[in-house]
Design a protein around this ligand. Structure first.
Ligand code: GL2
Length: 841
């Protein structure tokens, strides 16, 4: 309030209000001004990097104005807000997205051309914001786009890692990790040095009693680290709404360094304190679907959660409402269990700092939080040792024990003579050492729990959370099938396809209501439409072929069938099944006569994805893919019939090139392991077909597009357990075709067989947990069907067009509306569209 300009001086402000560029001339003027003043360069010294910087700043200026207005509008409306807490936001590039969402890309293109630049080259300069590992982080980014586009009052909260996910280099066929320092020049963030929160760690708890005899806990001592806010504007598409993503950065609380220590000659330790504080937000943990219980990770989680809650509570307190109205003003979504400490922290704030009674506080807490589960994999379910929490967050551990006590008391009343259920559902696992089960804490602390695809939501209710469905009733558990933003994953990644669809459906309305894609089906027999459709796919393949040549040095023929598997490398995602299949294809081709070979369909198999640095088997898979590529791609007998490519450093901006160029993509996880998958949606939306298992969202995609338009194979989730059991206790015969593949590897066809022994023994000798052998035959047969189908190009194109037209369900807009209605109970804010039709004022 003190920072507000007094009434009499406001006229001057209104008169000089900034506005940002209005037209192409204005845009060019802004670019030149930023080059010449902000960057202190000139037309004699302006490379593409400088053009990118100036162009971004010109757009940023426009964005910021709408961002301020949106925040004012939301504050004024004083309606309920949703806060999305996620340790990962895999945003990718911002400039292209900002230009498209503002609706000024064409203007920028021609403006940049006037100034001597190609817009594509300028866009290419931007470093991806890669603050995430894979699907979970990208989902959070799609959600932010939808929340803003649908005018929901929403904030994202995350960590501002100095290093995002590592850059992957492939050297001699092996993955090498290189740090991703992405903050050299980042025009999309605004440091808020005035928005800071002191975060406490360690120390001890003192109890005292107040006048009424009530016991009060005081968390004292320990160390304090400062959280500094960095804000990132998130523009909505075709609306002025621009939401905020707030990322916290850690800093030593004493300022630069401890001067006393410095002056007394203890320079090293004064710097060490500072560095220790900054380490908290230094680096993203590079594990996908794996938790490892490291202290620094727990510190990250509490640091981020405590800063975010302080911020949220501060905002609520300004409204002077009574505490019981908190859940009517605030919804907080826990993106996986990573932010679960927020449940405990809010309870702590309410009882220790605000003086509420336990029950009243707990009622507020549970009505505020919702929890999204993203995996059933046991190795990904977070547990923290009681000792570690005790050490780092002593007061929180006490509260966790109390939460557990009260919870178990209600369970005991419900199931009076069942000791077993108490043991099973206890938030504290009575193991050595004792562990806190974060998923259970998240369930107990939330009013809704959701899975991310139908099968997944059913599985969590019948397996890992079964007891909780009994305890809380089935209504607490729900499904919200994931979605993707069509702005980035169609309009931005595949502009020609987007334009073609717009030309047939009467404009770009499908980008805000994806169900409108169904009109595309009316043109499935339209010759000119089909021809253009095929041309666009081909052009996208040419673009990818060029990228493959530049990055992997492999020449591929764009007329081949492009078969793509890009995602994190993980045994459950079964890239090993894919590469074994490729070897099988190679052996088959080698055994053919030259005449027979001539009849075969040329294929390019493309892999991409990072392995967690400590994931030995995943690295072995990458190595085998590269080793196979080395042999196959140089085999004169084979020529164009088979090429195997590993694309290094798969990330969001590369996905934007790869996804539109795929003919068939692989989503082949062992049934019941992939919670949803979201790239499956992206590929189909871009006119590619899928080969996949009955897993995750593949099932719903099949329901929507029809089973004739997808290549499903493999065992079903319901049979997985029995098969695993039979591997261990029955006889386990390896599929004969797979045995031949193993034989070829073991004969050294792809280099030293020892390098790949782990992948073979996992299947042959260690129980084949992921059912590679069980599904191999079905996989190979289904690929034969893919070849056959692709030969009939007319049929193929019909499948592609039909599929795209039926993908409307998979927009993240639908998904966000479901969360808003079923979980958050929030409404969008009414916003006037601008008169220029851009949606931006
Ligand atoms: C994941 C799931 O593995 C993936 O199937 C799902 O699509 C996404 C988003 O819901 O979440 N869970 C997880 O831990 N990671 C995922 O990508 N990393």
């Amino acid at each position: 309030v003190e920072a507000s300009i007094p009434e009499p001086q406001r006229e001057a402000w209104t008169k000089h209000q900034a506005s940002g560029f209005k037209d192409k001339d204005g845009f060019e003027q802004e670019v030149v001004r930023h080059v010449e003043t902000t960057l202190a360069r000139s037309m004699f010294n302006c490379d593409e990097q400088a053009a990118y910087a100036a162009c971004s700043l010109a757009f940023r200026d426009r964005l910021v104005l709408e961002w301020n207005r949106t925040q004012q509008r939301q504050t004024f409306a004083d309606s309920k807000r949703v806060y999305y807490l996620s340790l990962e936001f895999l945003m990718g590039r911002a400039l292209d997205n900002a230009m498209l969402n503002i609706g000024q890309k064409d203007l920028a293109k021609s403006g940049l051309a006037d100034l001597g630049f190609r817009i594509e080259d300028v866009i290419e300069q931007e470093h991806d914001a890669a603050l995430g590992n894979g699907g979970l982080g990208r989902l959070a980014a799609c959600f932010l786009d939808s929340l803003a586009s649908l005018n929901y009052p929403a904030w994202g909260y995350g960590l501002r890692y100095r290093y995002g996910i590592f850059k992957q280099e492939i050297i001699d066929g092996y993955q090498v990790e290189v740090p991703d320092y992405w903050l050299d020049f980042n025009p999309w963030e605004f440091p808020r040095h005035d928005v800071t929160v002191d975060i406490q760690f360690y120390g001890h708890v003192q109890k005292s009693t107040d006048a009424s005899g009530k016991s009060i806990a005081h968390w004292e001592g320990g160390e304090v680290v400062k959280a500094v806010a960095y804000d990132v504007p998130i523009p909505g598409y075709a609306t002025p709404s621009t939401n905020n993503l707030r990322l916290w950065s850690s800093k030593a609380s004493g300022g630069e360094f401890d001067f006393q220590k410095f002056n007394s000659g203890d320079y090293e330790s004064s710097v060490a304190d500072q560095q220790r504080a900054e380490t908290i937000s230094a680096v993203l943990y590079p594990n996908d679907n794996l938790e490892r219980g490291k202290e620094l990770r727990l510190k990250q989680q509490y640091f981020w959660v405590a800063a975010s809650l302080y911020d949220i509570v501060r905002r609520f307190k300004k409204s002077k409402r009574p505490w019981r109205e908190f859940p009517e003003q605030v919804a907080i979504q826990l993106n996986d269990t990573h932010p679960t400490l927020a449940v405990v922290e809010l309870q702590r704030i309410l009882i220790d700092l605000e003086g509420l009674e336990w029950d009243e506080a707990w009622n507020i807490v549970t009505n505020t939080f919702g929890y999204t589960n993203h995996t059933v994999l046991p190795e990904a379910l977070e547990k923290w040792s009681v000792g570690l929490i005790q050490h780092l967050l002593p007061r929180h551990l006490q509260i966790i024990y109390d939460i557990n006590l009260f919870f178990l008391q209600t369970v005991e009343r419900q199931f009076p003579n069942d000791r077993e259920i108490l043991r099973r559902v206890s938030i504290i696992e009575e193991s050595q050492p004792k562990m806190v089960r974060m998923a259970f804490l998240a369930i107990v602390g939330s009013h809704k729990v959701n899975g991310v695809a139908e099968l997944h939501s059913d599985l969590i209710k019948t397996t890992i959370f079964k007891d909780f469905v009994e305890i809380f009733g089935p209504d607490k558990f729900t499904n919200v099938t994931n979605g993707i933003t069509p702005r980035r994953w169609l309009h931005q990644a595949n502009p020609r396809l987007s334009d073609l669809i717009a030309s047939k459906t009467g404009g770009y309305d499908f980008l805000t209501d994806l169900t409108k894609l169904n009109q595309v089906e009316n043109f499935v027999n339209d010759k000119a439409f089909r021809k253009e459709w095929a041309e666009i796919k081909y052009a996208n393949k040419v673009r990818l072929a060029k990228h493959i040549k530049e990055s992997a040095g492999v020449e591929v023929n764009p007329s081949s069938l492009f078969d793509v598997q890009v995602k994190r490398i993980h045994e459950y995602k079964r890239q090993q099944l894919n590469i074994f299949g490729v070897i099988h294809r190679y052996l088959t081709l080698k055994n053919m006569s030259p005449e027979e070979r001539k009849k075969q369909l040329p294929r390019v198999t493309i892999f991409g994805g990072k392995a967690a640095p400590g994931y030995w088997m995943a690295k072995q898979i990458i190595h085998l893919v590269n080793a196979v590529g080395n042999v196959v791609n140089n085999d004169k007998d084979i020529g164009d019939l088979l090429k195997v490519v590993f694309l290094e450093d798969y990330n969001v901006s590369k996905a934007e090139i790869i996804v539109p160029a795929s003919d068939i993509s692989e989503h082949i996880s062992t049934a019941g392991t992939e919670a949803s998958g979201t790239s499956n949606m992206k590929f189909v939306l871009n006119g590619g077909l899928i080969i996949g298992t009955c897993d995750g969202a593949n099932i719903e995609i099949t329901r929507e597009i029809g089973e004739n338009n997808i290549f499903l194979f493999g065992n079903l989730a319901e049979d997985v357990e029995d098969l695993r059991h039979s591997h261990t206790y029955g006889s386990h015969n390896i599929d004969p075709d797979l045995a031949k593949v193993f034989e070829a590897i073991e004969k050294g066809m792809f280099g030293s067989q020892q390098d790949f022994a782990g992948m073979i023994t996992a299947v042959r000798d260690h129980g084949d947990y992921y059912l590679v052998s069980d599904d191999f035959h079905s996989y190979i047969e289904t690929h034969a069907l893919v070849d056959e189908a692709y030969r009939n190009q007319e049929e193929w194109i019909t499948k592609c067009i039909t599929s795209v037209s039926r993908m409307g369900f998979f927009s993240s807009d639908r998904c966000i509306n479901e969360y808003a209605e079923e979980i958050w109970n929030i409404e969008p804010l009414r916003v006037e569209k601008a008169s220029d039709g851009t949606g931006k004022g």
